[in-house]
Design a protein around this ligand. Structure first.
Ligand code: NBP
Length: 484
């Protein structure tokens, strides 16, 4: 029997994505380094409706079971395991076959692998998969970027296996190799930002608003019916209702240590934002918050040394405060997504990937962790104006922001005077206040650069490039352009 597609790597993601493909009618061959997982997957396929899935313990048999041109999805740990797997499998492949790496991979690694395989005529694709275990099984958001012809080979499978939303499957041909990994990386950075901003709203509502877990659950659940409707808001509402599972009184959330782990894709996003000169302060604040959270012992020691505000915490009207926090969260989210979209565009321009931002927003509407109602509005904004310089100046979003800035400011102000850190929400407001100003104090920064380094400056009142001797001991030397 010839199989339609192969899946190598049967941990959480691979096993579930293999079953997803089989459920959509594709005959799937599966293989894994440790043979036990092959048996587990075959058992699951039987148990979940006798799905068309065949297990192979020998990679050569696995490859030979596939119809040509062969399509193999790899879902092993990113980095060296992917190189090892490609080296192993490619020995059995022929020109025209395709390898798809579905892991969270650093995009230059995908580009390097594509180059390595090109002389053999083997196609390569890096495809970000979002949605975790459940998404992989029931329909993830798929972000493919591949060699010419690669998408066409995978299209019949991935358009069926991706999450389906009102305007189609949550996938599209993002562009060349690396672009799919890049979009997935930014997706993960946005995810960091969303999670941090929600954590900040929780802190503010609890510390300043005095909301109990029951009230927090009600608040987040009701927010899920508003412009904030999203997967992360929905699960947050549920988290506050979960009783402790070890028999301690109250809710589990109160017993979880305040240390956040991470696997590195958020850090890549910030490294890339710096590389592309693209502001990403919300995601950077979220990354910093994770680093600070990890230093639990230091924080506990510092608590006894460093003082917070001495003035009494201002009293708040609970209902009004909840409304303000909702507005602040929405505005901050808009800033974060604007920064993520701009980063994708900057990279796309520099790397020669003409990525469709409206389509990126659309494929995040379902299946993935950042799925949210307002992604439809983001899609529309970029559809109406693909050259939109910033989501903030889209007519819909600018009006949403402008009508909420007073609430946003009240929340940040209250956080500051109360000594409650809200780094992502505050950073978002600072970005908004910088971006909306035609004049910034950067004139002074540039003057300093010219003072100590002769870096020159432009003037507001005349053309040219200028340098000045800033102390009386030196003579002004005038317009550099005129001198040269
Ligand atoms: P893991 O990232 O935990 O990797 C485990 C798999 O890698 C196993 O199949 C293991 O084989 C295989 N493997 C390793 Br480790 N070293 C290998 C080697 N040298 N050669 C061959 N196989 C090797 O699996 P995962 O959590 O399913 O994630 C897979 C990819 O998807 C990763 O890139 C991950 O970042 C990404 N991702 C994960 C999630 C998630 O929620 N887990 C979500 C989105 C994306 P073995 O069984 O023989 O040890």
């Amino acid at each position: 029997m010839s199989c339609d597609v192969g899946l190598y790597g049967l941990a959480v993601m691979g096993q579930n994505f293999a079953l997803n493909m089989a459920e959509h009618g594709f005959t799937v061959a599966v293989c894994n380094r440790s043979p036990g997982k092959v048996d587990d997957t075959v058992e699951r396929a039987k148990g979940e409706g006798n799905l068309p899935l065949l297990g192979f313990k020998d990679p050569k048999d696995f490859v030979q079971a596939l119809k040509r041109p062969r399509r193999i999805v790899i879902l092993v740990q990113a980095g060296k395991p992917v190189d090892d797997t490609i080296a192993h499998l490619s020995g059995f492949l022929e020109a025209g076959d395709l390898i798809v790496d579905g892991g969270n991979e650093w995009f230059p690694n995908s580009q390097r692998r594509a180059e390595l395989l090109r002389p053999k005529g083997i196609l390569f694709m890096g495809m970000g998969i979002s949605g975790g275990e459940e998404g992989a099984r029931k329909g993830p958001s798929l972000m493919p970027g591949g060699e010419p012809g690669a998408y066409e080979l995978m299209e019949p499978i991935i358009t069926k296996c991706a999450a389906q939303v009102d305007d189609g499957p949550c996938t599209f041909n993002i562009g060349p190799v690396g672009s799919g990994n890049y979009v997935k990386m930014v997706h993960n950075g946005i995810e960091y930002g969303d999670m941090q901003m929600i954590a900040e709203t929780y802190d503010l509502l609890k510390q300043l608003g005095g909301l109990t877990n029951a009230e927090l659950a009600t608040t987040f659940t009701s927010w899920n019916e508003t412009e904030l409707a999203s997967f992360l808001i929905e699960i947050t509402g549920i988290i506050f209702t979960k009783a402790d599972d070890q028999g301690a009184p109250g809710e589990l959330v109160d017993y979880i240590l305040d240390k956040t782990g991470m696997k590195g894709t958020g850090r890549w996003t910030i490294q890339e934002a710096a590389e592309r000169n693209s502001p990403a302060c919300v995601m950077a604040a979220a990354l910093d918050a994770r680093y600070i959270s990890a230093r639990k012992d230091e924080r506990v020691a510092a608590e006894a040394i460093l003082k917070g505000p001495t003035d009494p915490t201002p009293a708040v009207d609970k209902a009004a405060f909840v409304a303000d926090v909702r507005a602040a969260l929405f505005c901050s989210k808009v800033v974060s997504y604007a920064q993520g979209m701009n980063l994708i565009r900057s990279a796309g321009q520099e790397l020669g990937w003409p990525i469709d931002l409206a389509e990126c927003a659309r494929i995040w509407k379902g299946g993935c962790i950042i799925r949210a109602a307002f992604l439809d509005d983001i899609k529309k904004a970029f559809q109406q104006n693909p050259a939109l310089p910033n989501l903030l100046v889209d007519p819909y979003f600018s009006s949403m922001l402008n009508s909420r800035t007073a609430a946003w400011r009240r929340v940040v102000q209250l956080a500051v005077v109360s000594g409650i850190a809200a780094p992502a929400i505050s950073a978002a407001l600072a970005y908004f206040d910088s971006y909306r100003r035609g004049s910034l104090p950067a004139n002074l920064t540039q003057a300093q650069r010219d003072f100590f380094g002769g870096h020159s400056y432009q003037r507001t009142d005349r053309d040219g490039v200028f340098h000045c001797e800033w102390t009386s001991a030196h003579k002004a030397i005038g317009n550099i352009a005129e001198r040269t």
